[in-house]
Design a protein. Structure first.
Length: 252
């Protein structure tokens, strides 16, 4: 069956897996000497999102899932990219919705390296952020789908995460992380610290169930040198160490 379809000029469109092909074709057709190629065809899949634009939540979810599905059997992207784009699991969807949280003057996702590469202003990678929240919620991908089974439970979990994250990001000195050098020097930007925050948040939440007078404000980082991983505080606690790591360990 052959179907002829017309895409309106002002309609949103997005090439999900171009890999440079679009640029090559544009270049090829820009030269009149290549007119012979105008009659050539290429195969493609057209996916209609049935949305007003490609920036709506539904369209964004479809595009992300498409990206994840395309690459499932290829050389996989890093874990941050894979988890950020994959909304097929409840946990991944929850983490992406958490990143839309507005904390004072910024959105959370502006402080997270969504593609796994830390740049100026980033605190954690998406993978590190997800791991922290898994410890906070005491969930894995498989248990999340079993414990969060409807929209009401999902909204409860999302609101819980938002209240916790609002507190955390207001007490972390994130405004001082303006370069990758600042990020490298600090301890609170490391995975070990993010994991600790997750465990602390979980422990505090358990206390709240027994005493409703307890709030997230109990988490207090004052006096802790979280901006300097070389401080003696961390060395004496065996969180960090001085000197170079042995070459066989450093290469791991």
């Amino acid at each position: 069956m052959i179907i002829e379809a017309t895409l309106e000029k002002n309609a949103d469109r997005f090439i999900a897996d171009g890999q440079g092909r679009q640029a090559f074709i544009d270049w090829l057709l820009s030269d009149e000497s290549n007119a012979e190629f105008e009659e050539h065809t290429i195969s493609f899949k057209l996916i209609v999102t049935q949305t007003e634009s490609l920036s709506t939540p539904k369209a964004v979810q479809i595009i992300r899932q498409l990206f994840a599905d395309y690459h499932v059997k290829l050389t996989k992207p890093n874990s941050s990219i894979s988890k950020h784009f994959d909304n097929s699991s409840v946990l991944s969807r929850l983490m992406n919705d958490c990143l839309e949280l507005q904390v004072d003057s910024y959105k959370l996702k502006s402080k997270i390296a969504l593609h796994g590469k830390i740049k100026a202003g980033h605190i954690w990678t998406f993978q590190q952020f997800t791991t922290m929240m898994q410890k906070f919620l005491n969930l894995t991908n498989s248990t999340a789908s079993k414990q969060i089974t409807d929209e009401a439970q999902y909204e409860d979990a999302l609101n819980l995460c938002r209240s916790y994250l609002t507190c955390i990001f207001r007490i972390l000195p994130i405004e001082n992380i303006t370069s990758t050098q600042d990020h490298e020097k600090a301890i609170f930007t490391r995975a070990i610290f993010a994991n600790a925050l997750g465990y602390v948040g979980r422990s505090l939440m358990d206390e709240m169930l027994l005493d409703n007078s307890i709030t997230w404000e109990r988490i207090n980082l004052k006096g802790i040198p979280i901006e300097d991983k070389s401080d003696s505080f961390w060395l004496e606690a065996n969180v960090t160490m001085k000197g170079e790591l042995p070459s066989d360990i450093a290469s791991l």
